[in-house]
Ligand binder design. Structure first.
Ligand code: GLV
Ligand code: GLV
Length: 326
């Protein structure tokens, strides 16, 4: 029997075409465009050589047990891989890959920048106002937003995505930028695009603060009540990374009290749940984890996941192998 690759959801077709063209393997795709139920997932992974899951599938010891010893590889269709238990994968010698890359970083950076301007110019709120038939005449003080030019942008986490936001906001709008990361970013420092500060410094200084860190034990609730208190009353917080990086309850409380000006949020602590209290707020722009959702990028992710599997089948180290800790 040929090795089987199990794909847990219908994904854009380019990667699937690459896999199907390879006569060494059979490609088995969960045929519904919805999240595969857990029991179905556990049943379908049995005997697979590789799986191509999406970020809502929990890839853990239970799943590895259900798959059995045939499973050699997990090609996660996402940049993040907090849904995969890397320690368990390492123990079993299972290779894990993700789908990072410049195109994806640029797409998420664009979404972040869209949040910055949507918040500053109150786009969602004013659109709703206009749609609701509330516009009865121009007014000098009506629905005032704030400029972005002349403000300070704070970036927390300067991997490819954070760096993309820095470059574009610096080159396009000349805003002052401050950043924090666990490591100094050489590109940013060499080109003098942004100034390094402590996390506290960034929180106290910036008018727009955007999070671009992976979800790790050390970044869970990186932003909680204490950190929100450090922010300016006029500042906005943006999160396109992972929901649990922010203490969501604390954020909602800060927004309700107008302790900060607003937030642009793409990811949530308990997805797909978006708290009603958050949805009711005027001073937020919320998107349903769609920061990387462009036609182009979702195809790139599809190709990249497939290329990782094909490299693995060729006996090579896949280009996007994630370091697993034993
Ligand atoms: C999406 O959130 C991703 O990690 O690709
Ligand atoms: C997209 O890749 C995200 O992290 O939201």
């Amino acid at each position: 029997m040929k090795p089987r690759i199990f794909v847990t959801r219908i994904i854009p077709d380019e990667g699937l075409k690459l896999l199907r063209r390879d006569k060494r393997v059979t490609v088995d795709v969960y045929e519904h465009d919805k999240i595969i139920p857990r029991t179905e997932l556990l049943r379908r992974v049995k005997g697979a050589t590789a799986i191509l899951p999406i970020l809502t599938d929990k890839i853990d010891a239970q799943l590895f047990d259900a798959a059995g010893p045939s499973l050699r590889m997990v090609a996660n269709y996402a940049v993040g891989f907090d849904n995969v238990d890397l320690t368990e994968a390492a123990k079993r010698g299972i290779v894990v890959t993700n789908t990072p890359g410049l195109e994806i970083a640029e797409t998420v950076a664009e979404h972040t920048i869209a949040f910055i301007f949507a918040l500053a110019h109150r786009l969602v709120e004013t659109d709703q106002f206009a749609r609701d038939g509330k516009y009865h005449g121009w007014g000098p003080q009506m629905l005032l937003g704030t400029d972005v030019i002349g403000k300070t942008l704070g970036i927390i986490g300067t991997g490819k995505i954070g760096e993309g936001v820095v470059k574009r906001m610096y080159e396009g709008f000349g805003v002052k930028i401050v950043y924090n990361d666990v490591r100094r970013n050489e590109t940013i420092e060499k080109e003098e695009l942004a100034t390094f500060m402590t996390l506290e410094g960034v929180l106290k200084t910036a008018d727009f603060i955007s999070l671009h860190v992976p979800l790790l034990p050390s970044t869970r609730h990186l932003i909680g009540a204490k950190q929100l208190k450090l922010m300016k009353k006029t500042a906005f917080l943006i999160n396109t990374s992972r929901g649990p990086v922010i203490d969501e309850k604390a954020l909602i409380a800060a927004l309700q009290k107008k302790q900060i000006a607003g937030a642009g949020i793409d990811v949530y602590e308990h997805e797909p749940d978006i708290p009603l209290a958050l949805r009711k707020l005027q001073n937020v722009v919320i998107t349903p984890h769609t920061a990387s959702a462009t036609i182009e990028t979702r195809q790139v992710m599809s190709r990249r996941a497939a290329e990782n599997i094909l490299a693995f089948l060729d006996g090579k180290t896949p280009p996007n192998a994630v370091k697993t800790q034993k």
